[in-house]
Design a protein around this ligand. Structure first.
Ligand SMILES: C[S@@+](CC[C@H](N)C(=O)[O-])C[C@H]1O[C@@H](n2cnc3c(N)ncnc32)[C@H](O)[C@@H]1O
Length: 167
């Protein structure tokens, strides 16, 4: 059974204190299941969308991948072994655990887990970009900049799908 999330059982000084550190990464599956209604269905839907939209020889980005739930769902569904999923997160604790999860399963598509800021990475040759509950952690200006950058790829790289759900 997943470790139970008791992060907010103790008072925190101010909201700025919340970070995606090792304590949060440890209980993250329980935290997100309880805070996002239908989370498992969303993860399944992302996998099915990847089956439809991922094109051979392209990159699929999972921006703010956390423990890799969307990445693993996409890898389960993508039929092309020439696709590469690039999963990005700037939390070292999340990235370390994500790599363990990715290495524990097999799938057609290759997966690279990168520790990086999604505002800084190059996005190239993309057939799909997933932002699943990530955009909310960027400032409004940074959200706009990133979405504009992704949208502009559409003309150049045949981007098919950009997904984000905000609470
Ligand atoms: C709510 S979680 C996303 C959940 C995940 N996409 C899923 O489907 O399970 C938000 C994640 O975004 C990451 N994050 C927030 N700001 C980021 C940034 N600027 N660059 C990279 N990752 C970021 C956090 O470390 C955290 O793991």
């Amino acid at each position: 059974m997943a470790n139970q999330d008791k992060i907010f059982a103790a008072p925190i000084e101010k909201m700025g204190d919340f970070t995606f550190d090792a304590n949060v990464a440890e209980v993250f599956p329980d935290m997100i299941q309880r805070s996002v209604p239908g989370y498992s269905n969303i993860i399944s839907a992302i996998g099915m969308l990847a089956k439809r939209f991922a094109t051979p020889d392209s990159h699929i980005y999972d921006l703010g991948c956390s423990l890799g739930a969307a990445t693993l769902s996409m890898r389960r569904h993508i039929p092309h072994d020439s696709c590469k999923i690039i999963a990005v997160d700037n939390s070292q604790a999340m990235v370390e655990r994500c790599r363990l999860h990715v290495n524990a399963y097999r799938g057609a598509a290759d997966v690279e887990v990168r520790e990086a800021d999604i505002r800084d990475i190059e996005i190239a040759n993309a057939s799909m970009v997933v932002l699943n509950f990530t955009l909310q952690f960027l400032s409004p200006d940074d959200r706009q900049t990133l979405l504009t950058r992704i949208y502009q790829l559409k003309a150049r790289w045949d981007l098919d799908f950009v997904g984000e759900i905000l609470l």
